[in-house]
Ligand binder design. Structure first.
Ligand SMILES: NC(=O)c1ccc[n+]([C@@H]2O[C@H](COP(=O)([O-])OP(=O)(O)OC[C@H]3O[C@@H](n4cnc5c(N)ncnc54)[C@H](O)[C@@H]3O)[C@@H](O)[C@H]2O)c1
Length: 420
């Protein structure tokens, strides 16, 4: 059966672009979100998140009558679930949003439906979701009961798009499709090929779940290696960026760049899902998380030591000192401050500093509430003219373009090697 109506549950950074991609291929898409603000915004043809090219696609889809948002699930041919999967307590995955989403679609499921879980989830989550649905709909058969003959097909298909390039990567990237049965995988692939130009690579649900977690853990472990080198090099008085540049001249070595820590809501979260399920085996993955989580604390200690040196050399009082932090976002050239180590470090500096804390972040117009009362948002030139101590936290393009001669300060903590 082909798909004429598609429902996307959760209209955030992943769900809304996916809904818009189907709608742009003239499929009728019903987007569902518990946030009435998101629903109202989308129904006006506008967007509530920042993502290049998304606004125009959503506007055209809504005006063309192909995309509509609502807070209540309705009948459809296929359902895609893209709700948050944060962690809770001691870094255990919190599946309450996925469970709530599954419970909300159960009453409107009908024979022949396909349900796809896209949220990043621990291994076994798709089977768990199938059990939640089966418990609520004993009148329908599910893959764990009837295999390929089930009334409802279920698959896990993770998302691997890069924020800032979602509308391109959603269509071009290859996609891992993990059906609970071969028929589930085939139907899920058929659904994605409505807009996908990349390839659907078929596997089972558990492997697909682990694949997503593996991709982000791979990144985390490799960044941790670079971050650990930066600590070692600081002790050994070696320039870590020069070291990495030299080591990468080896034909089979490709070390990533160190930074102030690891942020965002994926790489800093997803490896914990593997650790939570495999505490004995996942020793490297856990250690990488700990190395990356430690880095902001180390940076703060470096800032304190640099400030002490500055005070001793300048004879100024601590209350007279100005510290300028460059960058707040969790990575270069975006405005997303969520889970950002640069934010955390700036916040800690502002709490500790008895002088003025200046912030330079060219991608925002006002400081977030948590910083607004302790810090001042200023331009690059002003910071370079006023500050005693510079702290480089994010290598935004405008920071990399600063002429070396414009930086007169002696007291610098550079976590990105911009002022090496
Ligand atoms: N953002 C990324 O770059 C990215 C990349 C790959 C994977 N993921 C994964 O995709 C999933 C979604 O992430 P996101 O960034 O889109 O999250 P998000 O917070 O931007 O959006 C999630 C949306 O789901 C809504 N929601 C929550 N519970 C709901 C429910 N029961 N019914 C309907 N809507 C509900 C929220 O209101 C929100 O609008 C997560 O598992 C995340 O780890 C995200």
């Amino acid at each position: 059966m082909s798909f004429s109506t598609i429902s996307v549950i959760g209209l955030g950074y992943i769900g809304l672009p996916t809904a818009a991609a189907f709608a742009s291929r003239q499929k009728h898409v019903v987007g569902v979100d518990i946030s009435s603000r998101a629903v109202d915004t989308i129904n006006r043809g506008e967007i509530h998140i920042v993502e290049p090219e998304l606004g125009s696609v959503v506007k055209a889809a809504v005006e063309g009558g192909f995309l509509r948002a609502t807070t209540q699930p309705e009948e459809a041919d296929a359902f895609l679930i893209a709700v948050p999967t944060p962690f809770k307590g001691e870094h255990e995955p919190d599946m309450k949003y996925v469970q709530a989403a599954a419970e909300s679609i159960a009453p409107v499921l009908r024979k022949g439906n396909l349900v796809i879980l896209e949220s990043t989830s621990p291994v076994g989550s798709t089977e768990q979701m199938a059990q939640w649905l089966a418990a609520l709909r004993p009148d329908l058969s599910f893959p764990q009961q009837a295999g390929d003959d089930a009334d409802i097909n279920i698959a896990y298909c993770p998302e691997r798009v890069l924020p800032g390039q979602v509308m391109v990567e959603l269509i071009k990237n290859d996609r891992v499709v993990g059906g609970m049965t071969a028929v589930c995988s085939a139907r899920a692939s058929e659904l994605y090929y409505i807009f996908l130009e990349g390839e659907c690579v078929v596997t089972n649900a558990r492997t697909a779940e682990m694949c997503k977690l593996t991709e982000n853990s791979f990144r985390d472990v490799n960044i941790a290696f670079a971050n650990e080198l930066s600590l070692i090099c600081a002790d050994q008085e070696i320039n870590v960026w020069e070291l990495i540049r030299l080591a990468n001249r080896h034909p089979r070595v490709n070390i990533l760049q160190p930074g102030p820590g690891v942020g965002g809501h994926c790489i800093a979260v997803d490896p914990w899902f593997i650790v939570a399920q495999n505490p004995q085996q996942a020793r490297l993955i856990r250690t990488a998380r700990e190395v990356n989580d430690y880095k902001p604390h180390w940076v703060l200690d470096r800032v304190k030591a640099t400030v002490a040196d500055c005070l001793a050399a300048s004879g100024k009082r601590a209350s007279e000192l100005k510290i300028a932090c460059f960058g707040l976002a969790f990575k270069p050239n975006i405005d997303d401050l969520r889970e950002s180590p640069a934010m955390e470090i700036t916040h800690q500096i502002a709490q500790w500093n008895s002088g003025e804390t200046l912030v330079v972040e060219p991608n925002i117009h006002q400081l977030p509430e948590s910083l607004a009362s302790h810090c001042k948002l200023i331009a690059i030139d002003e910071a370079l003219a006023q500050a005693d101590v510079l702290v480089m936290l994010v290598d935004h393009a405008p920071f990399k373009a600063i002429e070396a001669s414009a930086v007169q300060q002696t007291w610098i903590v550079d976590t990105k090697g911009v002022w090496r």
